[in-house]
Design a protein around this ligand. Structure first.
Ligand code: NCD
Length: 352
């Protein structure tokens, strides 16, 4: 059994196969309309979502399967104080596969340790969002034809933007990709992602500087819900606004992606530009989730799992938003390539 908790849980080859399968589904919709008949997807959403939950639901329905679950933790046993571990033990008796979104970082990892069925991380706090990454990869493949040798500009909230973290991890595995980071100083990438960036990344302070060199511009929303200081959000929320004037500086073939929802960061005038790919990107999310669900339910399509070795530890995670701060799970750690020790649930440093 395999789970998708982090965008690198799938090998490069497996990721390529899922994208190819999504492309085949796009061209042969009818052929896949019964392949998950009799199977059930549980969507456990502890945090608001429109497109991700509906996209999972539509994906399972188009495969001929059924969907159950909740979209508001307030209406589930969570409000009675149930742990993620117990909820998942129960749900895995009813469903064949689970998609979980949670405001606590590392919650889907906990779920995967207690589940009897595959668990998909549908977004955990400000940490990771691997199915958005599959959506982004399919979008880049369809729009530009390849996933290597690209210059990708990431703009906005790189600190709390989980889609950015997962996308960097995935795109750095393809040869020749370069990253341009465009964010206010306060919203720079967390160190656990910066540490894995290839050395050829650049950081700039304005969109104008970045635009001429980009193949992909990945815009993100400033993540209001993650700010402890609301005044700081108000100060930073309009740091970058993509408009028609700035688009005039971009190459003719550059594409603009955005995981959505958009707030203010892309002016609506840009929508008519053929390079604005964000509404095409949404539909790709459904197709790639169809490919993912089908693959995890037919795991002979995947190679043998080679999990990163995890070790028990007595050290605490330094991240107050980590699931280990509130749920009594075994503390686990892994050793990074640079030799440091990080929390196996949320990737933050451990406190000695
Ligand atoms: C993103 C998310 O939830 O992280 N949305 C999505 O899944 N499409 C981006 C965001 O909320 O800004």
């Amino acid at each position: 059994m395999r789970h998708l908790i982090d965008s690198t849980d799938l090998t490069l080859e497996e990721t390529g196969k899922i994208i190819d399968l999504a492309l085949d589904i796009i061209n042969n919709r009818e052929a896949y309309s019964h392949v998950c008949e009799g199977k059930k997807l549980a969507t456990l959403f502890y945090e608001p979502s429109t497109r991700t939950r509906l996209s999972f639901t539509a994906a399972m329905m188009e495969l001929g399967g059924n969907v159950l679950g909740f979209s508001d933790a307030g209406t589930s046993s969570v409000s009675k104080g149930e742990t993620v571990a117990d909820t998942v033990r129960v749900v895995s008796a009813f469903a064949d596969i689970i998609a979980m979104r949670h405001y606590k970082e590392g919650a889907p990892k906990v779920a995967s340790l207690f589940s009897r069925v595959p668990v998909i991380n549908a977004g955990d706090g400000g940490h990771a969002h691997p199915t958005q990454t599959l959506t982004d990869l399919l979008s880049i493949r369809r729009e530009l034809g390849h996933l290597d040798n690209l210059t990708i500009g990431l703009c906005g909230d790189l600190k709390y933007g989980r889609t950015v973290h997962s996308l960097i991890k995935a795109m750095k595995r393809y040869p020749g990709n370069k990253f341009v980071l465009i964010s206010p100083a306060e919203l720079r990438l967390p160190d656990y992602i910066k540490n894995i960036l290839p050395s050829n990344y650049t950081e700039v302070e304005t969109l104008e500087e970045a635009m001429p060199q980009l193949d992909v511009l990945y815009m993100t929303r400033v993540q209001q819900e993650r700010f402890e200081d609301k005044a700081e959000y108000e100060r930073l929320k309009d740091s970058f606004i993509l408009d028609v004037e700035k688009m005039a500086l971009a190459p003719e073939k550059m594409i603009v992606l955005h995981p959505l929802p958009r707030v203010n960061e892309i002016s609506t005038d840009v929508d008519a530009d053929p390079r604005a790919a964000y509404f095409r990107q949404v539909e790709n999310g459904k197709f790639v989730r169809m490919a993912l669900i089908y693959t995890l339910l037919h795991h002979d399509r995947l190679t043998e799992e080679k999990e990163r070795p995890l070790h028990p530890t007595t050290c605490r995670c330094s991240n107050t938003k980590c699931i280990t701060a509130t749920e009594p799970v075994e503390r686990l750690t892994y050793v990074t390539d640079a030799g440091g020790e990080r929390c196996a649930y949320c990737d933050h440093l451990l406190e000695k």
